[in-house]
Ligand binder design. Structure first.
Ligand SMILES: [Zn+2]
Ligand SMILES: [Zn+2]
Length: 423
């Protein structure tokens, strides 16, 4: 407990009066079979002090030259690359059925701007002014018309103004989508268009992406030192939740992921003996922000089946977008608590993680924004944390008006309400 408290301070020493983060508010990370922390239990934790001296960290400064966050909306599809349209449709679903029946389309970039404005409170967040466009690369337009791998183009082009970057293309190894695009090539484009006044930028893509020859796919990645991140929408499409072997249990996404019976059942399958909940744990689970989150999440009533899926899609992407931008603030994967900055090894693990930052990760972002950018001292950082909670609550409430609320946002709103009382 004391070492986690020390991880929150810039000095690395535990404060004289240790703040009591109730486990009812900040539970420990879930470590279930196949989860990321299971594979890498010795990964070095990054304390706030360690983060401060991270070499690749870009410091925010009070000069407004370089303090904006940019969101680049998904590239449009130029007429020469029209064949790319069906690459975003999961295999086995035809485009007409998906669009017609479910009415699904990836969430608009404006929602991410709104969300990040609250999540990175006080940072100016802007939509990237000039959209990118997919186009053909070289003379492969003709052969690219088909979608079978035999006729798949090797490359496509991603253009911005008069620049065009070559993007590698391959068939998806697990066949969830007809085609995947290379992440590193897209990151190169992002680096080449980074505005001078950007602190960081996230580029959204509709298509499935991959990073290396031996991965199946990659959901998103940040090059923190270079200030850029790329996040794909395709793999978060809730249509994929029913896939054989990848099935997502929608009744146990956050906040329900912390339900003890669910955790025990998963461990039982893997022959891990579950510990009986300690008396103190049981006591605490009757109150606190997690309890409030679970109660609030249950109040969500989708207005239609399409609304539910559309909002679910946005909530998953939003969590990833803020997570990847967290890496641009030089935040490492979090091992201290259940946290939005936890690493994740699968989509099933992803949906179990919370949308909030734990006290350690929050302390880092508070130092960057309220401390470095706004030249604030400790009191100002504490005040900023409160204001940030309020901004996120307003965001959650506004989502209802836009018909974009989901159980996760209801849960977060309930969690924040309790947290603010504690603050
Ligand atoms: Zn990460
Ligand atoms: Zn954390």
């Amino acid at each position: 407990m004391a070492s986690r408290a020390a991880a929150e301070t810039t000095s690395g020493r535990a404060p004289k009066s240790v703040k009591d983060h109730s486990i009812g508010t900040f539970p420990a990370p879930l470590v279930l079979p196949h989860d990321e922390l299971n594979y890498d239990p010795d990964s070095e934790p990054q304390s706030t002090k360690g983060w401060l001296s991270e070499e690749c960290r870009n410091k925010l400064s009070s000069a407004p030259r370089r303090n904006k966050l940019y969101v680049v909306q998904v590239p449009g599809i130029g007429f020469k690359a029209d064949f790319m349209r069906h690459w975003v449709v999961p295999s086995g679903y035809d485009a007409v059925k998906v669009e017609g029946k479910a009415g699904l389309s990836p969430p608009s970039a404006d929602h991410f701007v709104d969300y990040l404005t609250a999540f990175y409170h006080d940072m100016p967040v802007r939509l990237f002014p000039t959209p990118l466009t997919w186009t053909s690369w070289g003379s492969n337009t003709k052969s690219a018309m088909g979608c079978r791998s035999a006729t798949l183009p090797k490359y496509i082009g991603l253009s911005h103004g008069d620049q065009c970057t070559r993007i590698r293309v391959r068939p998806a190894p697990d066949k969830a989508f007809p085609v995947q695009l290379n992440l590193d090539d897209i990151l190169d484009t992002a680096i080449s268009i980074l505005p001078d006044d950007a602190y960081a930028m996230v580029l959204l893509v509709d298509h499935d992406i991959y990073e290396s020859d031996d991965d199946d796919f990659c959901c998103g990645r940040a090059y923190g030192g270079s200030r850029v991140a790329v996040v794909q929408a395709a793999r978060y499409n809730p249509i994929l939740d029913e896939r054989e072997g990848e099935k997502i249990d929608r009744s146990h996404m956050w906040p329900w992921s912390h339900c003890k019976t669910f955790v025990d059942d998963l461990c039982a399958v893997e022959d891990v003996k579950a510990k009986a909940a300690a008396k103190k744990q049981k006591e605490l689970s009757k109150s606190g922000a997690m309890k409030a989150a679970i109660q609030a999440a249950a109040t969500y009533k989708p207005t239609s089946a399409v609304q539910e899926v559309q909002a679910l899609w946005f909530s998953r992407l939003a969590r990833t977008v803020s997570h990847e931008l967290g890496h641009c603030f030089a935040l490492d994967h979090c091992v201290y608590y259940a946290c939005n900055m936890q690493g994740t090894g699968s989509m099933r693990e992803d949906v179990r993680q919370p949308p909030y930052l734990c006290p350690v990760c929050e302390a880092k972002v508070a130092h960057a924004i309220a401390g470095e950018m706004k030249s604030g001292r400790e009191e100002e950082k504490t005040e900023w944390i409160k204001q940030r909670c309020e901004a996120l609550r307003h965001f959650c409430e506004r989502l209802g008006e836009k018909d974009m609320d989901s159980s996760m946002w209801h849960g977060l709103d309930g969690w924040l309400q309790e947290r603010m009382i504690a603050l």
